[in-house]
Design a protein around this ligand. Structure first.
Ligand code: PRX
Length: 563
């Protein structure tokens, strides 16, 4: 275990001093931050938007949108009004408390507005990643028998309506469809009143559903509750360090939990200005977005930082990034080189954070006031107890690698895995410990170092990919008899999806065939799930008794090739 130089915090005014919260920590004081205390009825969208208007911050910019061709701002006043109007339309067409409302829209204020409008009505919102193709969309909506969908004409082409009998109403944000879809913008003109729209709900009421991959089976629906707002607000304040005048950019799409929790909820709960950037990654555009919108706090991911690094150190010098005050990362291991690059080229430390879809908020963090140890994900957030457990669930001493576990509960922990109590219980096989599936060790100061996954899950560009889902899709291709999928280390993406396939009789390997197979997966699941490498093999290694594919063996062979 090599020890790298720590990066000390820079003096400055921050929202937190850990000393101030040492001693018994209680989440109770956070409840005071909300107008409707969390022990009564509440509503996340109200606290994100309307509260700021009522407290006199209505003129402040809530959303600052920018893409290649346009740029505009939406104030908290306007966001309140627009989300009310959208909610009125949704309500008119039957959306009510507890309904699943899916939102399939690109990174655009419409996506934020749709989510907040549905939440105002007490619906459970299911944002879908804009790159999902039809299978991924179908699996998610079908699993929880989603009834409502808000989308646009382009993305609607990827919604296999015929396979989704539960989906009875589709709202289009940019026009009309020819199958009875509702034109949301036209309907807005008919709204007469937006009074008494907000559904006040129990803190335990369902808020959002995000599907996440496991190493077996289809993605599981993780449902969070409105009570998560306490921790989402406080991590926004202490970890993102959001302050009065911050302009904040989280680069993730709300289809990923980061894009919802730290792209919508946490910053808006803190009344920050949220930058929404439409379009794909391009180094120049990203630097330009930072400059033009005057981003002060920036939350992104290691792959993105590595892609920026790969573009060279001159490029950032061409932009005025002087407003940038605080940078954070999440989703995959943050390499020390990236932290050193951040420090020398951007002039800022990059603060790693660790959490999962299931945890609902950051749990392991680097507070702005504390030293960073490159290679470590940081320390537990105040009030969170983390441990590293052995194979029997016993706590291990410092520097022993084991299962990263968190003492449950904490305010933002998932409420349930949709219709899968068995899966939910599987996280708690050692009683009060939530077992993350990650392997890690702790040093004597409590800094936690990520060491990998204990299962076969793949993490490519921070996106969690279940090998089973990709294998199932691969064998739907006419030429593929069997498939085994692993994550192969990659300098930019962390890992890439690599597939080993056995071809059916009568097929011979060729680069055209492999490309066709890749496009097949990409076209039906999503681009990030399509194998970047496919290798044809004679047979796959399997367990003797059950005949299960031994992905670990495939991975070991691959690692050996790389060594
Ligand atoms: O393996 C860990 C990795 O991402 C997993 C969670 O993925 P997901 O539910 O998609 O949520 C991602 C963003 C909240 C974890 O089990 N992971 C997350 N953050 C880090 C990380 N791995 C290393 N370092 C991190 N900071």
């Amino acid at each position: 275990m090599t020890r790298l130089a720590t990066l000390e915090p820079v003096d400055g005014t921050h929202n937190i001093q850990r000393d101030s919260v040492e001693g018994p920590f209680s989440w109770d004081f956070v409840k005071e931050k909300f107008s409707r205390r969390l022990d009564g009825k509440t509503n996340m969208a109200y606290e994100c938007v309307d509260r700021h208007v009522e407290e006199g911050r209505g003129e402040k910019t809530a959303l600052h949108y920018i893409d290649d061709s346009e740029e505009y701002r939406i104030s908290f006043n306007e966001l309140k009004e627009t989300t009310n109007q959208w909610a009125a339309v949704l309500k008119k067409h039957g959306v009510k408390k507890g309904d699943f409302v899916f939102v399939f829209l690109p990174k655009h204020p419409h996506c934020h507005i749709a989510m907040l409008a549905a939440i105002k009505l007490g619906a459970i919102v299911g944002p879908l990643f804009e790159a999902f193709m039809s299978d991924a969309v179908r699996d998610r909506i079908a699993d929880c028998e989603g009834t409502f969908l808000i989308t646009d004409r382009e993305l609607y082409k990827r919604v296999p309506r015929q396979d989704l009998p539960s989906l009875h109403t589709v709202f289009l944000t940019d026009g009309e469809g020819d199958g009875g879809e509702i034109s949301l913008l036209d309907e807005l003109k008919t709204v007469e009143s937006t009074d008494r729209l907000i559904e006040w709900v129990d803190p335990e009421h369902g808020l959002n559903i995000h599907y996440t991959s496991g190493s077996t089976g289809k993605p599981k629906g993780i449902i969070h509750a409105h009570r998560a707002m306490g921790q989402q607000y406080l991590t926004g304040r202490w970890v993102l360090d959001l302050q009065e005048d911050d302009v904040y950019w989280c680069t993730a799409h709300p289809g990923w939990v980061t894009g919802t929790v730290y792209g919508v909820f946490a910053p808006l709960l803190n009344g920050a200005t949220v930058v929404v950037h439409g379009g794909r990654f391009k180094a120049e555009t990203w630097y330009e977005t930072l400059e033009k919108t005057g981003v002060t706090v920036w939350y992104s991911a290691p792959t993105a930082f590595r892609m920026l690094m790969a573009k060279g150190n001159q490029l950032p010098q061409d932009y005025d990034l002087s407003k940038l005050r605080h940078i954070l990362s999440v989703g995959e291991p943050l390499n020390p080189e990236v932290i050193y690059w951040g420090k020398s080229i951007l002039g800022k430390r990059i603060h790693d954070t660790w959490w999962m879809t299931e945890t609902g908020a950051q749990l392991i963090v680097n507070l702005p006031t504390e030293p960073i140890k490159p290679g470590s994900m940081g320390k537990p957030f105040p009030g969170i107890s983390v441990s590293v457990l052995d194979e029997e669930g016993k706590e291990l001493p410092p520097y022993s690698v084991g299962h990263l576990a968190i003492k449950a509960p904490w305010p933002a922990i998932m409420r349930e895995v949709w219709q899968n109590p068995e899966k939910y219980n599987s996280y708690f096989s050692w009683g009060e410990w939530y077992v993350s599936g990650d392997l890690a060790y702790q040093d004597e100061e409590g800094y936690i170092f990520f060491q990998g996954r204990s299962d076969d899950m793949i993490n490519s560009s921070g996106e969690r990919i279940g090998p089973f889902e990709v294998e199932s899709k691969l064998i739907e291709h006419k030429a593929v008899a069997e498939a085994g999928v692993i994550g192969k280390p990659d300098p930019i993406r962390g890992e890439i999806v690599k597939a080993f396939i056995v071809l059916k009789d009568g097929y011979t390997p060729s680069s055209e065939l492999l490309e066709e197979i890749r496009i097949f997966v990409r076209g039906e699941l999503a681009a990030h799930a399509a194998p970047r490498e496919i290798e044809v093999v004679e047979e796959l290694p399997k367990t003797k008794i059950s005949g299960k594919i031994l992905r670990r063996e495939l991975k070991a062979r691959e690692l050996q090739k790389l060594a």
